[in-house]
Design a protein around this ligand. Structure first.
Ligand code: BEZ
Length: 255
């Protein structure tokens, strides 16, 4: 994902990194795809499509899908799979009542002005169209965020302005959806501890850079090592395997 004024600094993503570190995310998308239940011929917008691996599944089910992502690199990777994809900032969706459904997996927590995003989603949908999404909800990565915050604060560094993600409660997100004109059909928080094949250091190096933005190399290393030590007590098992404390917010709403 490229930086926009609404995203925190240091959160660029590129497709080869994503394939290496986050390829497990689409595999975890089965339930939200089932909730979407794409129908042959339906026109669907995949918001934050990344490298298109989950978008491809919607296409295989016969839907006519457009993938959008803020990262040009991701869009190129999606196109290599034959996906119709465009570089679009999720805060500025340019679509006008043309989709039967808007779908999103593991992307909305990166977009820090959710009202702008949801207004664009509503505008993109035909009347009665559905919005089905899954992303990080309240409590997502609580241990990880707390450990990073503690490791920074030990060194007198404030975390203010460094937390790069939006993890709403169901109440907050329902209210936002209703404000922009959606009717919420289902919304829930689902704890989903997720094994990290790349280990916690690999995950932090890939995703936690906004917390470390502007720190010199030695300080970065020290904060990361300290974070790992704190997290080892709760997120590493006796064999050295790491789990991330993911919590999903899964929602279906109708325009
Ligand atoms: C998530 O899927 O919840 C997530 C992944 C990377 C960074 C932040 C959140």
């Amino acid at each position: 994902m490229t930086n926009t004024p609404q995203n925190a600094p240091g959160q660029e993503q590129n497709a080869s990194d994503y394939a290496h570190h986050a390829s497990f995310m689409p595999k975890l998308g089965n339930d939200v795809v089932a909730l979407l239940a794409p129908q042959p011929g339906e026109r669907i917008l995949d918001l934050g499509c990344s490298d298109g691996s989950l978008t491809e599944r919607l296409v295989q089910q016969g839907a006519d899908v457009l993938g959008v992502d803020a990262s040009e690199d991701m869009v190129n990777a999606a196109r290599k799979r034959g996906i119709n994809a465009r570089v679009v900032d999720g805060h500025q969706l340019p679509f006008d009542h043309e989709f039967d459904a808007v779908f999103s997996n593991a992307a909305l927590h990166w977009m820090l002005d959710p009202q702008a995003v949801l207004a664009g989603v509503k505008r993109a949908l035909k009347p009665g169209g559905r919005f089905v999404a899954e992303f990080g909800g309240h409590g997502n990565l609580a241990a990880v965020c707390t450990a990073l915050t503690a490791a920074l604060q030990f060194r007198g560094i404030s975390v203010r302005g460094r937390h790069p993600w939006y993890f709403p409660t169901t109440t907050e997100y329902s209210q936002l959806l209703e404000t922009v004109g959606f009717k919420v059909e289902s919304i829930e928080l689902i704890p989903r501890p997720t094994q990290l094949p790349m280990g916690m250091m690999g995950w932090l190096e890939k995703f936690a850079s906004p917390f470390l933005h502007g720190l010199d190399e030695d300080l970065r290393e020290a904060v990361l090592e300290n974070t790992l030590t704190l997290l080892g007590h709760s997120l590493r098992d006796e064999h050295g395997n790491w789990t991330a404390d993911y919590v999903r917010l899964r929602v279906a709403a109708r325009a």
